[in-house]
Design a protein around this ligand. Structure first.
Ligand SMILES: CN[C@](CCCC[B-](O)(O)O)(CCN1CCCCC1)C(=O)O
Ligand SMILES: [Mn+2]
Ligand SMILES: [Mn+2]
Ligand SMILES: [Mn+2]
Length: 298
């Protein structure tokens, strides 16, 4: 398979700037070599240009980020490669999912995360954009939200029925209301406990794409995994997916042969000591290799 790797050192979506070190931490740990060693044709497209806060007034901040990301993701996909986006905080998904829609109109989204990330600017209590990305993208939400200055270039491009959550365990009241109102399919950690990961993944894929022909966008927030596996992330929540569950999800999505774009987000190497960073980066690297065909069975 052919993979294009895109670094996206985004940190404006939340208050801990260390997520801008995420792409470098993953590359420095040998990500590209690991992917090549499993037989992939890998091309590194470098990092998206994320201007730092000082360079642009706040109002322009977002117009550059999502648009740059969308343009670059579109370019990778149009080159015939699957796109691997290295975060950076989860606000980058505004650009990656929009960029995916420019290359493929009928994508479905698997959102693996402890959080729903679907607050609108009006329902968010933190004001952090990494808790809002889906609200900029879902058609049905638009009458209920507001456009932030600079987001004009990003158009809603997915329907509520094209999203499935796996791993939820920290959902705000406004998000719960939105999920219920629009009937967004979600498998929280409780469902993972109840059904087991095999049935969750089976149901998720069959719900999104029963005919098995639509391109899949996996937006994987590493905080979906248990904090013991990912000590270096900004919003940890106890009782997360096991390492085996995380690997299983990615193996099964890869096995569809339709995994078109993968975001790996919220790695913040500056949170924790050297050992914590090693644990976090190693777990993230393993998850990534499973997205592109490397299986535990060999
Ligand atoms: C659950 N929503 C949060 C977290 C978003 C995490 C973003 B992700 O990309 O890492 O998933 C938290 C909001 N809470 C803050 C503390 C008080 C209660 C609300 C938000 O800031 O919207
Ligand atoms: Mn195109
Ligand atoms: Mn999260
Ligand atoms: Mn997230």
């Amino acid at each position: 398979g052919k993979v294009g790797v895109l670094g996206c050192p985004m940190y404006h979506g939340q208050t801990k700037p260390g997520t801008k070190e995420g792409p470098a931490a993953l590359r420095d740990a040998g990500l590209l070599e690991m992917l090549k060693d499993q037989g992939l044709d890998v091309k590194d497209f470098g990092d998206v240009n994320i201007p730092c806060l000082e360079e642009v007034p706040l109002s322009d901040l977002s117009v550059k980020n999502p648009k740059n990301i969308a343009t670059d993701v579109h370019k990778v996909l149009d080159s015939g490669r699957a796109c691997l986006v290295l975060g950076g905080d989860h606000s980058l998904a505004i650009g990656s999912i929009y960029g995916h829609s420019l290359a493929e109109l009928d994508q479905v989204v698997v959102w693996v995360d402890a959080h729903a990330d679907i607050n609108t600017p009006l329902t968010s209590t933190s004001g952090n954009i990494h808790g809002m990305p889906l609200s900029f993208l879902v058609h049905e939400l638009q009458p209920y939200t507001c456009k932030l200055p600079g987001f004009e270039s990003i158009k809603p491009c997915i329907s509520a029925k094209d999203i499935v959550y796996i791993g939820l365990r920290s959902v705000d009241p406004g998000e719960r209301y939105i999920i219920e109102k629009f009937g967004i399919q979600s498998f929280s950690i409780s469902e993972v406990d109840k059904l087991g990961i095999k049935e969750v993944v089976e149901k998720a894929i069959n719900y999104l794409d029963p005919e098995g022909k639509r391109p899949i966008h996996l937006s994987f927030d590493v905080d979906a995994l248990d904090p013991s596996l990912i000590p270096c992330t900004g919003t940890p929540v106890l009782g997360g997916l096991s390492f085996r569950e995380g690997n299983y999800i990615c193996e099964e999505l890869a096995a569809t042969g339709r995994l078109s774009c993968v975001d790996i987000v919220e790695v913040n190497p500056t949170l924790g000591n050297e050992r914590d960073k090693e644990i976090t980066v190693n777990a993230a690297l393993q998850i990534i290799t499973r997205c592109f065909g490397n299986r535990r069975q060999g």
